[in-house]
Design a protein around this ligand. Structure first.
Ligand SMILES: [Mg+2]
Length: 465
C-alpha cells in the first residue's frame, strides 16, 4: 500500500509522571497532583487546571492550588511502565522510534494489512495502553513526523487526532507557534515581538526574517516545518545490546558456595531485567577478577534466548567453573560479573526448537526452561507488588549474597540510568546488603546496560506532556 494515506503515529503518554503516581495510588486519582517538591517536575491535568505547570517553584504551585498533593517521584516505575508501553507499540510494528521515556513515533505503513488503517491502529494502541497498563495515551496520525507530533499535542488529554492529507494546511495554520517542534518559550517570545503568533503567520514570514531572528539553522528549520515540509523518517532505535550485573567481593576464596550464591544473585538480577524488558539473550558471559586484579572471562552462545533465572545461573556457574579451572593458581577472586547479550524479544516461548544442548536444563528453548520462565514470571509479579526480597530461589534469597548495600546499589543504578524495576513503593529505602564476610571487603554492585536505549532513560523525556 503506497497510497498517500497518513501512516505516521506520534504516541505520547499524558502527564506521564503524574499519571503513574495516580495509577500507583488510587487516592490520588482525579485530584491535583504534582511530582517534585522544590520544583514541579510534572503536574496532573487536575493540577494544570489551576495553572500549575512543570518547571514552576513548588511554593508558587501551592499558592495556585492549595489542594495540591506533592509526591516524590517513583522513577523506577516510570521507566518500567514506559518500557511496557513501548513493548505494546512493538506488537503493531517494528518501526518504533522512541524519543523519550513516554513518547514514540511509529510508522505503521507495513502493519495495515494486519491491523487496519493508521487511525484504527492508533485507536487500538490507545485502548491497549489504557486496558493493559492503565495509562492515558494521546496519539496523532499524519503523513509527517512533525504533523503527527503536533496532532498528538492537540489531542491531549487522552485523545486521538488524525490529520487527513487534504487538510494539513488548514489544520496547521491556526495553531499557536509554540506547537511547532523546536519552539520553546524563549523563541515564542521572540516571534511574538514581531507579531508572529500562529503557524500560519510563521509560514508567511518574509524570507530572511526567521533566519535573522533565530539564526540560519533554526530559522530555516522552522520555516520548513511551518510550511509543512518534513522529510524525516521514523528511525527505529536500536535496543540495549546487553544486560549485565557484577559484584565486587573483596578478596574471597572462590568456594562453591560463594560462586553459587553470588552468581545466583547476579543471574537473578540480570534475568529479571531481561524479563521486564520482554527480552532474552543467546550469549551468556561471566567475568572473574582475581586477587591481583587480573581478569578473565568466558562466554557461550546457546540456541535459544535465555531469560530464566535458573538457566542463567547454571550457565554462569558452568562458565565460572571453566575460568577457575583455567586459572588454578589463583587463590582469590575479587569480582564476579554476569552479562547476557545477543538480545532478542522473547515474550512468547518457543518450545523445543533447534536443540543442540545435551542437558535439558540448559536448553533455553526447552520445555524445562519454558516452565522455569513461567515460574520466574510469577516471581516477578509477586516482587512487583511486595518487593524484590519477597520471593526468589532459596539458594539466593536465603544467602547473604542477596543483600547489597542500598546506597551502592542505588548509586550504581542511578549512574547507569538503569533500575531493575523490582518495585514496591518503598523499595529505595529497603535495606539490602551483601555481607562483607570475614575479610570485611566492601561490596559494590554495578549494573550496566549498553546501547542507545539508555539515552532515553537518562531523562531526555521530561515526562511532563
Ligand atoms: Mg508525554
Amino acid at each position: 500500500m503506497t497510497d498517500g494515506a497518513p501512516t505516521i503515529l506520534h504516541a505520547d503518554l499524558d502527564a506521564f509522571y503524574a499519571s503513574v503516581e495516580q495509577l500507583l495510588d488510587p487516592a490520588l486519582r482525579r485530584r491535583p497532583v504534582a511530582v517534585g517538591g522544590g520544583v514541579v517536575l510534572a503536574a496532573s491535568y487536575e493540577a494544570r487546571a489551576f495553572g500549575v505547570a512543570a518547571g514552576m517553584p513548588g511554593s508558587r504551585a501551592r499558592q495556585l492550588c492549595p489542594a495540591l498533593t506533592f509526591v516524590s517521584g517513583h522513577f523506577h516505575h516510570y521507566r518500567q511502565l514506559g518500557d511496557r508501553v513501548v513493548e505494546l507499540f512493538h506488537a503493531f510494528t517494528p518501526a518504533v522510534e522512541r524519543v523519550s521515556i513516554d513518547e514514540a513515533f511509529l510508522d505503521v505503513r507495513g502493519a495495515r494489512r494486519l491491523f487496519g488503517s493508521a487511525p484504527e491502529i492508533a485507536a487500538a494502541l490507545r485502548r491497549r495502553v489504557r486496558d493493559e497498563v492503565g495509562l492515558p495515551l494521546s496519539v496523532g496520525v499524519a503523513r509527517t513526523k512533525h504533523l503527527a507530533k503536533v496532532a498528538s499535542q492537540v489531542a491531549k488529554p487522552d485523545g486521538l487526532v488524525v490529520v487527513p492529507p487534504d487538510a494539513e494546511d488548514a489544520f496547521l495554520r491556526p495553531l499557536p507557534v509554540g506547537l511547532v517542534w523546536g519552539v520553546g518559550p524563549a523563541t515564542e517570545r521572540r516571534l511574538a515581538e514581531v507579531g508572529i503568533h500562529t503557524v500560519g503567520e510563521l509560514a508567511a514570514a518574509p524570507g530572511g526574517l526567521l533566519e535573522h531572528l533565530l539564526g540560519t539553522g533554526a530559522g530555516g528549520k522552522l520555516a520548513s516545518l511551518a510550511t509543512n515540509v518534513d522529510p524525516r523518517r521514523v528511525a527505529p532505535v536500536a535496543a540495549a545490546r546487553s544486560v549485565g550485573a557484577q559484584a565486587a567481593l573483596g578478596r574471597r576464596r572462590p568456594t562453591a558456595e560463594l560462586l553459587r550464591t553470588t552468581l545466583g544473585f547476579l543471574a537473578d538480577r540480570v534475568a529479571g531485567r531481561l524479563r521486564a524488558a520482554g527480552r532474552g539473550g543467546r550469549t551468556v558471559a561471566v567475568r572473574v577478577r582475581f586477587g591481583d586484579f587480573r581478569c578473565a572471562s568466558r562466554r557461550t552462545t546457546v540456541t535459544g534466548p535465555v531469560a530464566s533465572t535458573r538457566t542463567l545461573t547454571e550457565l554462569a556457574l558452568e562458565l565460572a567453573g571453566t575460568v577457575l579451572g583455567d586459572h588454578g593458581d589463583e587463590d582469590h577472586v575479587t569480582l564476579l560479573g554476569v552479562s547476557v547479550s545477543n538480545l532478542v524479544r522473547c515474550p512468547p516461548r518457543q518450545l523445543e526448537l533447534g536443540l543442540v544442548f545435551g542437558d535439558a536444563g540448559h536448553r533455553p528453548a526447552s520445555t524445562l526452561d519454558g516452565a522455569r520462565w513461567s515460574v520466574d514470571r510469577s516471581v516477578d509479579a509477586v516482587r512487583a507488588r511486595f518487593g524484590s526480597g519477597a520471593v526468589g530461589y532459596a539458594a539466593v534469597t536465603l544467602s547473604r549474597a542477596s543483600h547489597v548495600p542500598d546506597g551502592f546499589r542505588e548509586l550504581a543504578e542511578h549512574r547507569l540510568g538503569t533500575s531493575d524495576g523490582g518495585p514496591g513503593p518503598d523499595r529505595s529505602r529497603r535495606q539490602e546488603r551483601l555481607d562483607p564476610g570475614e575479610e570485611g571487603g566492601r561490596v559494590l554492585e554495578q549494573e550496566s546496560v549498553s546501547g542507545v536505549g539508555i539515552e532515553h532513560e537518562l531523562g531526555l523525556g521530561d515526562g511532563a506532556g
